[in-house]
Design a protein around this ligand. Structure first.
Ligand SMILES: Nc1ncnc2c1ncn2[C@@H]1O[C@H](COP(=O)(O)OP(=O)(O)OP(=O)(O)O)[C@@H](O)[C@H]1O
Ligand SMILES: [Mg+2]
Length: 362
């Protein structure tokens, strides 16, 4: 019969050094522990091992008991090992060995493998023994490397995609700019310049994701802060008469990527309209963008101005111009509900779910 397959936990009984737990109980705990265990005395000699240790290191226990624990330590680490052991024994407490360092152990065939080791002091009459529990983390390390590599590749790919998207959008903006410069009709110039703004509003989303280094969600408050700054440049004349106010909650409101672009475009249309139509000179006024979290967890985005207001007979359903025709379409893409309180200037209230699909709720 193979002695290793059925070790007799009592075979090392009688050592005066063993901890004062009932001998048998202690041996059993160690023997049947799921990880490799090695009990070492103050001089570094192995007092006891379990079957997992025999298996892990490839030694029969007879080749270990009484020998130095250095047998299990890679050559390069032996010099420091005694020092570490003395350090541990001077302030003995259960703790992981070599916290923060990569530890390796050595098999009987000389091969080395990464390990995690927990140390437990065991006071006995003959001095403090150290019970080391050793786990082979080769697999974990390998899985971690595969993940790190995959993450690295993904980051490189995302950066590449980002730069391409950015370049393409810049090319489109430049083309529109060229066409606008060549257009004689001022109305056509305005149309082309607004298309340029739409492309810019679209490219702000990937830009923010890239700046934040988080491609899974967009901080909507950031977007709402940056977009009007972009638009101001295009409406310099009216912008000088217009105050912009942004109110947002203390904690960020995130939007998943599927909704980030439609939401951005929607705000772009509404804020552009306010710059363009709400304040005919010499009228002064204010555009307010407000982001609020409701009690039910949904988010309400309000865009309003205190300008001349929409025409009396205005209705979103019958509007013929592109901008406000886009509004219901973008609202649908955002899975949002839109209402337009009447009285005063233009006022849009857009309510949508604050949940990010797949994200843990906080
Ligand atoms: N905030 C506002 N204040 C006053 N009037 C507005 C406001 N927003 C829109 N309007 C009126 O509603 C009309 C339709 O707006 P809409 O955005 O559809 O078209 P546009 O801004 O003229 O052109 P575009 O299609 O390029 O957006 C505007 O021409 C304007 O008369
Ligand atoms: Mg418009």
């Amino acid at each position: 019969m193979d002695a290793r397959a059925h070790p007799d936990p009592a075979s090392e009984r009688g050592s005066p050094l063993l901890p004062q737990m009932t001998d048998d109980a202690f041996r059993r705990v160690v023997e049947y522990a799921p990880s490799a265990m090695v009990l070492v005395d103050t001089r570094g000699a192995i007092v006891m091992v379990n079957e997992q240790a025999e298996r892990l290191f490839g030694y029969p226990r007879s080749a270990l008991i009484g020998h130095s624990v250095d047998l299990l330590v890679p050559q390069a680490a032996r010099a420091h090992h005694a020092q570490f052991r003395d350090g541990f024994l001077s302030t003995p407490s259960p703790r992981p060995m070599g916290a923060g360092r990569d530890l390796h152990a050595r098999r009987a065939d000389g091969s080395e493998f990464p390990v995690e080791i927990g140390l437990n002091p065991m006071p006995t009459e003959g001095g403090t023994l150290v019970l080391a529990s050793i786990v082979d983390i080769t697999e974990r390390k390998r899985a971690q490397q595969v993940l790190e590599q995959a993450l690295l590749e993904k980051t490189v790919l995302l950066n590449e995609v980002h730069h391409r998207v950015k370049n393409n959008l810049q090319v489109i903006t430049s083309l529109l700019n060229l066409q606008a410069n060549n257009a004689d009709d001022p109305r056509l110039r305005d149309i082309l310049s607004e298309s340029q703004n739409r492309v810019r509003a679209m490219s702000l989303t990937p830009q923010l994701l890239y700046e934040r280094k988080d491609f899974s969600k967009m901080d909507l408050g950031d977007y709402l802060y940056r977009l009007p700054q972009l638009l101001r440049g295009s409406y310099r004349e009216s912008a000088s008469r217009i105050e912009l106010r942004l109110e947002r909650p203390d904690t960020p409101v995130y939007l998943d990527l599927e909704r980030a672009i439609p939401c951005g475009l929607l705000v772009n249309e509404l804020v552009t309209n306010a710059f363009k139509h709400a304040f005919p000179p010499p009228r002064h006024g204010e555009i307010t963008i407000e982001l609020a979290r409701e009690e039910d967890g949904s988010v309400t985005l309000t865009v309003r101005d205190d300008g001349v207001g929409l025409p009396d007979d205005f209705s979103l359903e019958s509007v013929k111009s592109l901008g406000l025709q886009l509004v219901p379409l973008l609202t649908d893409q955002l899975h949002a509900r839109l209402d337009m309180p009447t009285g005063g200037g233009a006022h849009y209230r857009i309510n949508f779910s604050g949940q990010i699909p797949g994200a843990a709720t906080t």
